[in-house]
Ligand binder design. Structure first.
Ligand code: ADP
Ligand code: MG
Length: 345
């Protein structure tokens, strides 16, 4: 009865150019700033094709840290922590906090309740907060499910109330996307509209890359870290991926990963990854998790977003769904996604 927690590396690889190695030797590489940080429980990479961007990059990182301090449910001074630990009390929050709750509500509705930021008690029950994997009993699942339901949340213009003890907000499915957008905003305000931000696989690609071309982004195969399934060319866009290959554990040959269906109370199975391109990284993050949940339920059309790819899995045999909008973003220099089934709306 061995349970193994699998930790993996970046979900999305960022390629500068397809001939990356050749590119590394060009002069432009020397003019590029590339900084790596650790924050929000993951990696943050910021690339700006301008050697004077260093102070702005540090400011962008500080902004990501600020978002983390506000939304993390681990930090005991965060607003999330305060709301989670004061059931029945209308906790005064910021407009930014309300904005993210409202965004989450929108996707809750769009996904027929599958996307739910009150899923915390279930995420906890399966051991994903403590990284102590746990297979709960049906009774435990029922009890935790009972504490989940975004419709129970009371929202005013300035306050949030969790009506019941042990309910828990969890911004894990959208805070990183939002933070990537905020980091982008800081860079733009400082005059660097060309930049690439990758916060644990949540990407914002601002403007153009070092060769004045759109940014090139490689999407990793969910079962082979060094294989790329798709290469996208994007500019002024967010790209988000949700997958079953990080924060995952195995139990008796079954894979259990951190996105949980709040109706069944169990980790989603049958989907290995979803990748979404949207106007910004917040929208892409919201959508990638929502589409991950709905793809498993065959409920794609309810969300109706036209730029995404879903990788379904059956005993680790992968099959691909790609929308026409996503196809258009694929790099012309690379072969299209292998064996993809095109999903039209
Ligand atoms: P990642 O955090 O790996 O980038 P996602 O953006 O897909 O991936 O978010 C997954 C996180 O969202 C989980 O770790 C958990 O905190 C939270 N979560 C799990 N299930 C749900 C759900 N049904 N609705 C909303 N958030 C969820
Ligand atoms: Mg997400």
């Amino acid at each position: 009865m061995k349970i193994l927690l699998q930790k993996v590396l970046p979900i999305i690889l960022v390629l500068f150019l397809l001939g990356g190695l050749i590119f590394l030797r060009t002069e432009k590489e020397q003019e590029l700033i590339r900084r790596d940080f650790t924050t929000m429980g993951t990696f943050l990479r910021i690339i700006v094709p301008d050697p004077t961007a260093e102070p702005a990059v540090n400011k962008a990182y500080e902004e990501v840290e600020r978002i983390n301090r506000l939304f993390s449910n681990y930090i005991d001074t965060s607003l999330t922590f305060e709301v989670n630990n004061n059931p029945g009390k209308a906790v005064e929050v910021t407009p930014e906090f309300i904005k993210l709750v409202e965004k989450a509500k929108k996707y809750h509705d769009k996904s027929d309740g599958l996307f739910d930021i009150t899923v915390g008690p279930l995420v906890d029950l399966w051991g994903f907060y403590q990284q102590k994997e746990n297979i709960p009993s049906d009774k435990e699942i029922d009890e935790a499910r009972d504490l989940v339901g975004l419709q129970q949340l009371e929202i005013s213009d300035t306050t949030i109330t969790l009506p019941r003890k042990d309910m828990q907000l969890d911004f894990g499915a959208l805070a990183k996307g939002y933070a990537a957008d905020r980091a982008s905003e800081v860079l733009k305000t400082s005059g660097f509209s060309d930049h690439l931000i990758n916060l644990g696989g949540n990407i914002y690609a601002g403007g153009y890359g070092p060769e004045d071309e759109k940014w090139t982004i490689g999407i990793q195969n969910p079962r082979a870290q060094n294989e790329i399934d798709a290469v996208l060319n994007v500019s002024d866009a967010g790209v988000g991926t949700s997958g079953d290959y990080e924060r995952t554990f195995f139990h008796e040959g079954e894979r259990y990963s951190h996105i949980i269906n709040p109706v069944s109370g169990r980790p989603v199975q049958g989907v290995a990854a979803t990748t979404v391109v949207a106007d910004d990284a917040l929208e892409a993050d919201l959508l990638s998790t929502s589409l991950y949940l709905t793809t498993a339920e065959e409920g794609l059309k309810e969300i109706g977003h036209d730029t995404f790819m879903a990788v379904k899995t059956d005993n680790d045999k992968l099959s691909y769904w790609v929308t026409p909008g996503f196809q258009k973003l694929l790099s012309e220099k690379r072969a299209p996604v292998r064996n993809a089934e095109i999903i039209d709306f």
